[in-house]
Structures are given as structure tokens and as C-alpha cells.
Design a protein around this ligand. Structure first.
Ligand SMILES: Nc1nc2c(ncn2[C@@H]2O[C@H](COP(=O)(O)OP(=O)(O)O)[C@@H](O)[C@H]2O)c(=O)[nH]1
Ligand SMILES: [Mg+2]
Length: 386
């Protein structure tokens, strides 16, 4: 990469003395707008921990497999530097128990509904662990999906954030960061993406977000594709990429399974018990991976032909998840679609178990305070379509 490119996006280690300068259009006083910032990246890259640090919420941090984020999860609104901010946590494309196709659909659904309801994202943060010594399968897949979802036009609102600097010697981290900038992130940096380091502290986390508060909202490529161009999910760049990856994976594991089955047969004939057990174990692993690829492909087939033309029909198609997007309609340029609002009743149905804004029950610092909760909640609407 050229030195001029490097100079465009020198990483900045965010320290707690950085400040933001609120702009009139986005401030609490003028317009009372909420700023939306989405957080993406592989599972385990520190997204939920970061979100908890900034917002004071207590969403699931993945110390165990079970506690990983599997839904698009907005925080409650909180205040930062005079702005009302909501962060959106997203699952990574690498969950062993949820198909990548399902994850794409969940993220695409959220982006679709938010865009149709007139709410654009102000920024996107992409997380990457600096401890990863190579950008292999999972990291690469997540980066590719992120780029396809964003499109080039949104990259000026993207911050590429490295985490877990406390776990590597500084010189090792710096070398990996250089590789990321010169290779994997080079095209995003050229289009305006910024590179930042998060040192794990609450002050640093808040200052990363502070740097995004003045950005003008952007439309993501996937939002244009789904809403403006009325493409099906599989016709989008992200959908096409995932479908290509899954097709390749399916044929790869089918081939590996066939070879393992031949070797297994040979081991039985040769009465080689040790080899037989080893190959059987391998065969089961390949079978599980093939099953997952098949399941992903089934999900893709299910969503392949669905083109959604209106917000009401999008919400209808979302079943339980749609109910969790109620908050998008508050302070939004659009009202809830009549399909929802017309059925509002005083009787309360169960709040959605997923995607409802996280409670902000944790101790909060003065720099990050929760804003008052809204009185009306559409989870109290008895919506037949949900
Ligand atoms: N050492 C270290 N661990 C971290 C840091 N950030 C997060 N973690 C840990 O990394 C694990 C995954 O974090 P999580 O926030 O759930 O990642 P997510 O899957 O991207 O949401 C958890 O055990 C966190 O406590 C960091 O900056 N340094
Ligand atoms: Mg998480």
C-alpha cells in the first residue's frame, strides 16, 4: 500500500480526553434525534463488552457459548456528549449453532425495517481482535459480509476498531494492524473508513463512539437493494456472497465425507481399529459441517423469492422479530404502519424475548446516562400479525 494511503488513515488510540463537538442537527436540544450506531464483527471480538461499557447496559457478554449475541439487539437510548444514542449489537457470521444465512437475514431484516421507518444509521463499527494472528475463514467471512452489507458509499461512516490490545505485545499488535491496513482493510480505508484502537477502557470506548456522533446518516447498500431496488435477499451482494460460500462449503464437505467414508471402509477391511476410530471421528465432524451447510442452504431457498414492497408487509413477514422493532417508530419521520398501530390495545402481550432494547440497569458514569424510557410500548399492542 502506498504511504499516502497509510497517512489517510493512521490508527488512533482513543484516549479518554477526546471530546466530540455536538452539531445542531443532532443535539438533544435541536430535534431530539436519536443517533443509531451498529456494531458488527466476529463473535468474541468484544462487541457486547464494548456496548456495555459505552451505554451502561448489561447485555450478554460471551464468556460461554450460550451467552453469545444471536439477535440484533438495540440498547436503550443513552446520552453521550449531548446526544441521544442507541447502539445496535449484531451477531457474527460464525456461530456454530445458528446458520450464517439466518444471521444475514436477521441483520438484513433490521436494516430493512429501520430504513423503511426513516431511520438511517449514523455510523458502523467493525470489530477485529488484534490477537488473531491471521485473517482466516471466520474473520475473512465477517469482513466480506460487512463490506457487502455496507457498500462503498457508507464506508466514510465506518470505523474499523481493533480490540484486545492488552493481550499482545505492542510491537506484535502494531505489525498485525499494519497488515490489516495494507491488505484486508485497504479498499475500505481508500473509500473513507477510519481505523481506531480500543484499549478496553470505558473512557476509550465512549470516545470511539463520540467520534461518530457528528457523522451524517448513511444508507447502506443492502438497504438500497432491499427497499429502493426491491431485490430479494439473495439478489443482494451480501446474499449472493453467502450463497456462493455455502455452495462451495457444501461441495467441499461432501467430497471430504466421501473420502473419509472410503478410508473408513478400508480401515475396516484391514482390521485397523485405531485408524477406524480416528476416521469415524473425522467422518462425524464432516457430517456435522455438511448438515450445517445444508441447513444454511435450506434457509437461503426459503428466503430466495421473497420481495417485500412495504413496511407493513415487511413487519408482517417478521413474525416475532418484527414486534421487537417498535422503538424505531418513536422520534422517527414515519409513523408505525397502520397494520400495527390500528391494533394497539391496552392489553399487554408478552414483551419480545429477543431484540427488545436492553435494560440499562448497570451503574452508569456521568458521561453516559440513560435517557428516560418511553411511556408507550408497542409490545403492549395486541398485534395479530406479530
Ligand atoms: N482481554 C480482553 N478481553 C476482552 C476485551 N473485550 C472483551 N473481552 C472478553 O472477550 C470475550 C468476548 O467478548 P464479547 O463482548 O462477548 O464479544 P462479542 O461476541 O463480539 O460480543 C468476553 O469474555 C470478554 O470479557 C478486551 O479488550 N480485552
Ligand atoms: Mg456479543
Amino acid at each position: 500500500m502506498s504511504s499516502s494511503l497509510l497517512s489517510v488513515a493512521q490508527p488512533s488510540t482513543i484516549t479518554s480526553d477526546a471530546t466530540d463537538s455536538p452539531r445542531a442537527g443532532n443535539s438533544l436540544i435541536d430535534g431530539d434525534n436519536e443517533l443509531l450506531i451498529a456494531i458488527m464483527g466476529p463473535t468474541g471480538s468484544g462487541k457486547s463488552s464494548f456496548i456495555n461499557l459505552v451505554s451502561g447496559s448489561d447485555g450478554a457478554v460471551g464468556h460461554t457459548l450460550k451467552s453469545c449475541t444471536r439477535e440484533v439487539e438495540p440498547t436503550d437510548v443513552f446520552e453521550l456528549g449531548g446526544h441521544r444514542v442507541r447502539l445496535i449489537d449484531t451477531p457474527g457470521f460464525d456461530d456454530s449453532r445458528v446458520s450464517d444465512a439466518d444471521i444475514l437475514q436477521k441483520i438484513a431484516d433490521f436494516m430493512d425495517v429501520s430504513y423503511r421507518s426513516g431511520r438511517k444509521l449514523n455510523g458502523l463499527l467493525y470489530f477485529h481482535r488484534i490477537i488473531d494472528n491471521r485473517v482466516g475463514g471466520v474473520s475473512y467471512m465477517n469482513m466480506q459480509m460487512f463490506q457487502k452489507l455496507c457498500g462503498d458509499g457508507a464506508l466514510k461512516n465506518v470505523f474499523l476498531c481493533t480490540t484486545m490490545w492488552d493481550l499482545v505485545p505492542p510491537e506484535v499488535g502494531e505489525e498485525r494492524e499494519r497488515e490489516l491496513k495494507e491488505d484486508f482493510w485497504a479498499s475500505m480505508i481508500e473509500q473513507g473508513a477510519s481505523v481506531v484502537r480500543h484499549d478496553g477502557s470505558a473512557g476509550a470506548a465512549r470516545n470511539v463512539v463520540s467520534r461518530m456522533l457528528h457523522l451524517n446518516p448513511v444508507t447502506l447498500r443492502i438497504q438500497e437493494e432491499l427497499v429502493d431496488e426491491q431485490k430479494t435477499l439473495m439478489e443482494t451482494l451480501a446474499g449472493a456472497r453467502i450463497s456462493e460460500v455455502l455452495r462451495n462449503l457444501e461441495s467441499k464437505y461432501r467430497e471430504l465425507l466421501k473420502r473419509a467414508s472410503d478410508d473408513y471402509q478400508k480401515a475396516i477391511e484391514e482390521k485397523n481399529r485405531v485408524m477406524e476410530a480416528l476416521i469415524e471421528k473425522q467422518r462425524k465432524e464432516y457430517q456435522a459441517k455438511l448438515d450445517k451447510a445444508n441447513k444454511d442452504n435450506e434457509t437461503l431457498l426459503r428466503v430466495r423469492d421473497t420481495t417485500i414492497t412495504s413496511l407493513a408487509s415487511r413487519l408482517e413477514s417478521l413474525e416475532t422479530r418484527g414486534r421487537a422493532y417498535w422503538w424505531l417508530f418513536f422520534n422517527s419521520p414515519r409513523s408505525p404502519p397502520s397494520a400495527l398501530a390500528g391494533q394497539a390495545t391496552a392489553s399487554s402481550s408478552a414483551a419480545p424475548s429477543v431484540s427488545a432494547p436492553r435494560g440499562s440497569t448497570a451503574q452508569l458514569s456521568t458521561a453516559s446516562k440513560p435517557v428516560e424510557k418511553r411511556a408507550a410500548r408497542p409490545d403492549q399492542w395486541n398485534c395479530a400479525i406479530m
